[in-house]
Design a protein around this ligand. Structure first.
Ligand code: AMP
Length: 209
């Protein structure tokens, strides 16, 4: 099963992806995680991407696209399929993805929109905390990571001054992908403003899992 996840930052895409990956062994391709790893490693890509990320802007397509295309070549994407989380983020990226998958004779099964109103998103992102070690997403109530006991921190781009910027970027660049995938008959939608396990139950029902 090959899925693209859509939804505003903080909608819960990563959380739903982590559950699907654990239960169905899909490869999880999160461009945000890949870019944060590059920043941490201070690689050439990381150094180039950091300023955009800290400001809540999209990293240029030229830096992100190759990262994803290389990741899609890895064996784990061929076993049970993949979940793209945070990619595509604009129409250009969606077109590049379509043509790369067509070249490999691979089809997308769905674009899943995790739908949450923007007022809810602002509250969620402000209290979001992330594990420095394993990337687990928790809240300000998690003093250490419930999964690996690692240190929880607030991402620079989850600070209040950057959140509105990220939402504007989402509305302008990424929200049009909902229509893009709807027009191709691939759109599926869940109400993400509910407890994680309720959302996940709907996700599984939508995919007949
Ligand atoms: P995320 O963890 O998905 O919220 O991504 C964090 C940040 O990484 C975003 O605010 C962007 O700066 C950058 N980023 C992640 N995915 C992409 C993408 N597909 N295109 C451009 N920038 C991206």
């Amino acid at each position: 099963m090959n899925i693209v996840l859509l939804g505003a930052p903080g909608a819960g895409k990563g959380t739903q992806a982590q559950k699907l990956v654990a239960d169905y062994q899909l490869a999880h391709i999160s461009t945000g995680d890949l870019l944060r790893a590059a920043v941490k490693a201070q690689s050439e890509l990381g150094v180039a991407a950091k300023g955009y990320m800290d400001a809540g802007k999209l990293v240029p397509d030229s830096l992100v696209v190759d990262l994803v295309l290389e990741r899609l070549e890895q064996d784990d994407c061929k076993n049970h399929g993949f979940i793209l989380d945070g990619f595509p983020r604009n129409t250009k990226q969606a077109e590049v993805l379509d043509s790369a998958l067509a070249d490999k004779n691979v089809a997308l099964d769905a674009a899943l929109l995790v739908d949450v109103a923007s007022e809810v998103i602002v509250n969620r992102l402000s209290s979001r905390r992330t594990c420095r070690e394993c990337g687990y997403t928790g809240t300000a109530a998690d003093e250490t990571c419930p999964r690996c006991s690692g240190e929880m921190y607030q991402r620079d781009d989850d600070k209040p001054e950057t959140i509105q910027n990220r939402l504007n970027v989402y509305q302008e660049n990424t929200a049009p992908l909902v229509d893009y995938y709807d027009a191709r008959g691939l759109l599926k939608k869940v109400d993400g403003d509910r407890p994680v396990d309720d959302v996940y139950a709907d996700v599984k029902a939508l995919f007949g899992l």
